[in-house]
Design a binder for this molecule. Structure first.
Ligand SMILES: NC(=O)c1ccc[n+]([C@@H]2O[C@H](COP(=O)([O-])OP(=O)(O)OC[C@H]3O[C@@H](n4cnc5c(N)ncnc54)[C@H](OP(=O)(O)O)[C@@H]3O)[C@@H](O)[C@H]2O)c1
Length: 258
């Protein structure tokens, strides 16, 4: 029997926030689907370890350490993909931070700036450099997925700057989808609900009772595994979603349904 074709066979993929949680799960899922990956985040030791794990399984994987807030770091990561594999086909712009847990009127400018610079400027930096590389390639085209959140669709009990930032990610996604449709570049967002990751474990540890409250806020009443979210990103990055662009896909156990 011929080997089943992966949905991302041969694609070159940049994944940000790949050192833990959803991004690390995406690295494994994308590679399983046949992608060649470039992993990006600040914690180099984590990236090195994951790259070694993926390479040992026979995958093509490299990493580039950097900060999404810094345009030059993102430019370097995109250049690394092009230099290593010859082009950039897909990108999963997933790096993000939850920020400080406090009511709006008690947060200072630094708390606001960190969340906006990571979650919005970070996606902005990624989009600009990725789209430049995609439009410069002779074959053109591409697919980009940005990580928003259910907090990009409604206002759950998380800090206000995070809600503002994740709404902005959806705005950037729509704008880029419209501007680059004619270039064959699709741009979509995912809006994950409660997902097991460092960010969420930290939240549960700091706020007593939060885990049960958060679970009960969605019909499925559970925390997703990061792989469940990564599968949705992989599908949106693949040609199997060829008529989907400018969309935001909730991956939330029904959180935004009721
Ligand atoms: N878990 C959930 O319930 C949930 C729900 C909705 C949306 N999300 C979103 O999902 C995305 C992934 O988060 P996660 O849940 O997987 O949490 P996580 O385990 O804390 O992962 C966050 C990732 O982002 C990276 N990152 C943070 N700031 C960065 C920066 N300035 N530059 C580069 N990388 C940076 C982190 O790596 P380094 O620290 O190594 O840089 C890490 O790899 C985020 O955008 C988050 O807002 C999560």
């Amino acid at each position: 029997m011929p080997k089943a074709q992966g949905s991302l066979d041969g694609k070159v993929a940049l994944i940000t926030g790949a050192s833990s949680g959803i991004g690390a799960a995406a690295a494994r899922v994308f590679v399983r689907e046949g992608a060649r990956v470039v992993l990006f985040a600040r914690r180099e030791a984590r990236l090195k370890e994951l790259t070694a794990e993926l390479s040992a399984s026979g995958a093509d994987a490299v990493y580039c350490a950097g900060d999404v807030q810094d345009s030059a770091d993102v430019e370097r990561a995109v250049a690394h993909a092009v230099q290593t594999y010859g082009r950039l086909d897909v990108a999963f712009n997933n790096a993000g931070t939850g920020g400080e847990l406090a009511p709006l009127h008690l947060l200072d400018d630094a708390a606001y700036d960190l969340v906006m610079d990571t979650n919005v400027r970070g996606v902005w930096n990624c989009l600009r450099h990725e789209i430049r590389a995609m439009t410069a390639a002779p074959e053109g085209g591409g697919a980009i997925v940005n990580t928003s959140s259910v907090a990009g669709l409604v206002a759950p009990s998380v800090p206000a700057p995070y809600i503002a930032a994740k709404h902005a990610v959806i705005g950037l996604t729509k704008a880029a989808a419209v501007e680059y449709a004619a270039d064959g570049i699709r741009v979509n967002a995912i809006a994950p609900g409660l997902t097991r990751s460092e960010m969420v474990e930290d939240w549960f540890a700091r706020v007593p009772g939060q885990e049960d409250r958060s679970k009960a806020s969605a019909p499925q009443n559970r925390v997703a595994a990061p792989e469940e979210v990564a599968e949705a990103a992989a599908w949106l990055c693949s040609d199997r979603s060829s008529f989907v662009t400018g969309a935001t896909l909730p991956v939330d156990g029904g959180r935004t349904t009721w």
